[in-house]
Ligand binder design. Structure first.
Ligand code: CTP
Length: 414
């Protein structure tokens, strides 16, 4: 099935490296040519000899090996493959990829490649859930790096949780899809349009000052990327953030709440709206046309505020253009569920993702989130996880919602 296909397999250090030997065998069985790069720590887990024997080719290890460079430079090594697979992808190698480091053959080949890259992370559950790793994984996803796993279960270190490298058949299926020999992954949201709001808004006080908040946009951007991965056509209306726009998503950059509302209305009709932005509740009634100056003996300026439009409530209003599913976020610092369920009713949306944004939670600006999903009849507590995973889970729930048969008008009992 993979006859004539070329895979560059990068094996980094981790107990899961033993599974990579089986991966090489399976790839060879299916006719793929496999070139392997071992990191230094990978050689603690598998020997170059076994990798060479299974791949039936020499193994590349050293960036500065003159013979290797003369025969096959690291640039060519990374470019001649159809796909670069990193299995296992250790926390360390993922961090290097995210930062663009190139201090050994594996990281240099990954920086130099112009081919699709698939990572199969494997590590301890705490390392996987660490905000640093979650941030790195999110950065790679935003750059279009593909990922398979990790799965949950008992880990080699004895702990239980997420971090197990995906099994070989799962990795083979991901490779098959990326190389185009298997049908693309099911896209349950194909044909659906989604609007996602993300980030803070900036409300000008004068040309140089503004009112803002601590939102980073990480959660909203991750939701946009996750919906896109499931096939939705996504418009991401984002306040000022420093994040790269997720691949494949239409981005509409805005500054103020008024602009955010206008951009959302312009993006209608849509099937799904997810309002993850931290919209300023008020704007300055009369922002100065010129910078406010201090005056001799004068006191501080008085800033009058006007309420901003509520984008979530506006999108939730019944009418022809109302998206079929409107999801809000509730950012609370106390009485999380009480405030969130009141918000669900007040805003008229269908679901609320409630998150604790008290300073102790580290949610605002951080990489992790512990959320509750509220629907009119249910409350689900999700375990603390990376924002990327919250987004994936939410996107899957949205896809499941649309997969359920909904009564057509004629079937609704009178
Ligand atoms: N939201 C919105 N437009 C606003 C304010 C909030 O679209 N002007 C959306 C947010 O994107 C989020 C939800 O409403 O999906 C709740 O936002 P949150 O800041 O938690 O609540 P507020 O509505 O601002 O209410 P409060 O300040 O009383 O908590």
């Amino acid at each position: 099935m993979l006859s004539g296909r070329r895979i560059l397999l990068i094996i980094s250090g981790g107990i899961a490296a033993y599974k990579s030997l089986d991966l090489i065998r399976r790839l060879r069985e299916q006719g793929a040519a496999v070139r392997c790069v071992l990191t230094e720590s990978a050689t603690q887990f598998v020997t170059p000899l076994s990798v060479a024997a299974l791949s039936e080719h020499k193994v590349y290890q050293d960036l500065f090996s003159l013979t290797d460079e003369a025969e096959m430079g690291h640039i060519r090594l990374s470019r001649e493959a159809d796909l670069v697979v990193v299995a296992p992808a250790s926390a360390n190698l993922i961090a290097k990829m995210a930062c663009g480091l190139a201090d050994d053959l594996a990281s240099t080949a990954l920086l130099a490649t112009d081919k699709p890259v698939l990572i199969a992370p494997a590590m301890n559950v705490f390392m996987w859930n660490h905000p640093a790793t979650q941030g790195n994984v999110a950065a790679l996803a935003a750059r279009g790096v593909h990922r398979v796993g990790p799965g949950a279960g008992e880990l080699a270190c004895g702990e239980v949780g997420e971090g197990r490298m995906a099994d070989v058949p799962e990795i083979m299926a991901a490779i098959g899809r990326l190389i185009g020999v298997l049908p693309p992954e099911a896209k349950p949201l194909a044909g659906r349009r989604a609007i996602v709001t993300s980030g803070p808004t900036h409300e000008p006080i004068d040309p140089v000052r503004f009112i803002a908040n601590r939102s980073s946009g990480k959660q909203g951007h991750a939701v946009a990327a996750a919906l896109h991965r499931l096939g939705a056509e996504v418009t991401l209306v984002s306040g000022p953030v420093t994040l790269p726009p997720p691949e494949g998503v239409e981005i509409v950059p805005v500054e103020t709440a008024a602009q955010m509302l206008e951009a959302c209305l312009a993006a209608l009709p849509a099937d799904i709206a997810v309002c993850a932005a931290a919209v300023a509740d008020w704007r300055v009634s009369n922002p100065g046309a010129q910078k406010h100056k201090k005056t001799e003996g004068g006191g501080p300026p008085t800033i009058a505020l006007t309420p901003n439009p509520d984008i979530l409530a506006t999108l939730s209003q019944p009418g022809e253009l109302r998206p079929a599913l409107v999801v809000g976020f509730a950012a609370e610092t106390e009485l999380l569920l009480q405030h969130a369920s009141a918000k669900l009713a007040r805003k008229g949306c269908d679901w609320i993702v409630a998150n604790d944004v008290s300073p102790a939670s580290g949610t605002f600006g951080g990489d992790q989130n512990a959320v509750h999903l509220l629907t009119p009849d249910t409350v689900e507590a999700w375990p603390r996880m990376g924002k990327e995973l919250v987004a994936e889970r939410l996107a899957e729930r949205i896809a499941a919602h649309f997969a359920k048969p909904h009564p057509t008008t004629s079937e609704v009992p009178a």
